[in-house]
Design a protein around this ligand. Sequence first.
Ligand code: ADP
Length: 416
Amino acid sequence: MSLSLGIDFGTSGARAIAIDSSRNIIAEVHYPFTNANFQDWQKALFYLLDNLGDSVRSELKSIAINGTSSTVLLCDNWGNPLSEAILYNDARGIAFLEAIKAIAPPHHPVISATSSLAKLLWWSEQEIFSQARYFLSQADWLAFLLHGKLGISDYHNALKLGYDLENLCYPDWLENLPMFNLLPQIFPPGTAIDTIKPDLVTRFAIPKDCLIYTGTTDSIAAFLASGANSLGDAVTSLGSTLVLKLLSSQKVDNSNYGIYSHRLGNLWLTGGASNTGGAVLKKFFSHEELRNYSLAIDGQKESHLDYYPLLKAGERFPINDPFLPAKLTPRPDNPLEFLHGLLESIARIEALGYQRLQELGANKLERVYSAGGGAKNPTWRIIRQRHLGVPVLLSQQDQAAYGTALLAQQSVTLLK
Ligand code: ADP
């Protein structure tokens, strides 16, 4: 048996999934964490390898790792982090937004307070910066722990650094920066970099020819896991927020709406994220209520309650209005009716989101896979299908680690 291992570093924990050549899951290990930084990630990585079991480890032929997008580290010449990593949602780079706007093309994804580039510029003004030799993303650093090579990344993790995904090179406006020498060399996701380090072969009894591949980001890994693989296929993530991704032949970037495109082989994965979603449902209903009330709702019937469910004012996609107020009235006395109105309204926002992506140039929507906590709600699926007008399916697998295992196995056909 030869096995491939995908390792996901998400916001609430790390997970490893090993698959066989028929894509069956052979082993799965989870390590929960909150507010973790590089010391915890290293511990988590070795915990996962330790707990896979001897028989799984002895059959490993490939490993890839995904991290959260724009979680970054500044390292010395030997790969030691010079300070705590800056996490994906840390907006300390806001002071550098104007400087970025002055050099980057309009609507570029680096124009954001949380972009990797904004974090690099913030670091460039700190005292430790003089010792810096490598600027890496979380997935790059964790892969380095396995293969020992520094200064290597993939074009998914490099998007918010400013790498030119069309021409597959760094643009002049980045090359001209004084700190350009810290940036990694970029490879396609799923590129073999080297075999696993000899000390790990000894420590974990992993075959010495096990290859370590470049990784991806957690949300792309979840897309790869879903089964979506042709033009017009989309994945909606119904988690705390509502995140849409649509596979397209056309690249779409619009920083006003927070829309950007990742490259997937010769295609583009266009996407946007709305602030509506499950977090609002959770505010009004328990898990059991969501399940039981939903089952009692007739999804074929339209609720005419027209809400814009938000936890706080402000929205970017599909409506760009930083002051957009939440609309949660009129609230009927019957909780079933209220929930029906909420599910219907979020479905309308989802449909508007796909409409927006298509208006801006993405391919016609053909099929929507669903992932996240709300995906398993059958009533919602019926409601969403009514608004989307295309088949709404459940993702085949919804763990990012599974998508990253496919990447390690070299079986993501879109990347060939
Ligand atoms: P996160 O984005 O935080 O990782 P998950 O993907 O785990 O979230 O999804 C959690 C969300 O799913 C919660 O906000 C919850 O409201 C929503 N959810 C859970 N069960 C249901 C359900 N039966 N119907 C609709 N939404 C649900």
